[in-house]
Design a protein around this ligand. Sequence first.
Ligand code: HEC
Length: 156
Amino acid sequence: MKKASYVLNIVLIAVLGFFAYKFIYDGNVATESEDRIAVVLTAAEKAGVLAEMRGLLETSQAVILAASSDDVASIPDIVRPFGMAATANESITMMAKLPFELKTMGHDAHRAMDDIGAMAENGASGSEIIETLAGAMTLCVTCHATYRFVAEEEMN
Ligand code: HEC
C-alpha cells in the first residue's frame, strides 16, 4: 500500500506538472515563445484527437482510482475502449500528417492500455498496475513536451 501511494504521487505530480506547464508557459501564447513542434491538422481532426486525449486522461484517472481502491476487476472494461481498438477508425489521411515519433508514442500509449487490461485479467495487484500506468504516462509527458496541434484554419 505504501508503494502504491508512492507511485500514485508520482503519477499525480506528472499530471499536475503537465497542467502547470501548460498554465505557466502557454497562457495566451505567441508562436515565438513556443518551441514545441506544431503538427498541422484540419480543425475537425484536431477536435477528434483532443477528444481522444480527454478520454486517455479520464481512463488514466479511472484506472488509478480502481487500482487504489481494490477494484482491479473493473480495469479491463475501463481500458479496453482506449487500447489498440481505439486506433481502428483513424483516417489514413490524418495518420500521414503525424510525424513518425508521434505515431510511435501514440501507438505505444494505446498498447499500454491493452497491457494494463491484460495485467488486470491475469491477477496483477493494484500497485503493479499503478506502477505500469505511471511508466506508460511518461509517453503522455514526453509527447506533450514535444508536440502541439494546430488547425490549418487557425493559420493565415
Ligand atoms: C503521441 C503524442 C501524445 C501522447 C502519447 C499523449 N498525448 Fe495528450 N496531447 C498530445 C498533443 C500534441 C496535445 C495537444 C497539445 C497542444 O496542442 O498544446 C495533447 C493534448 C492533451 C490533452 C488536452 C485535451 C484538450 O481538450 O485540449 C489532454 C487532457 C491529454 N493530451 C491527455 C493525455 C494523456 C493522459 C496521455 C497519456 C495517457 C496522453 N495525452 C498521451 C499528444 C499526445
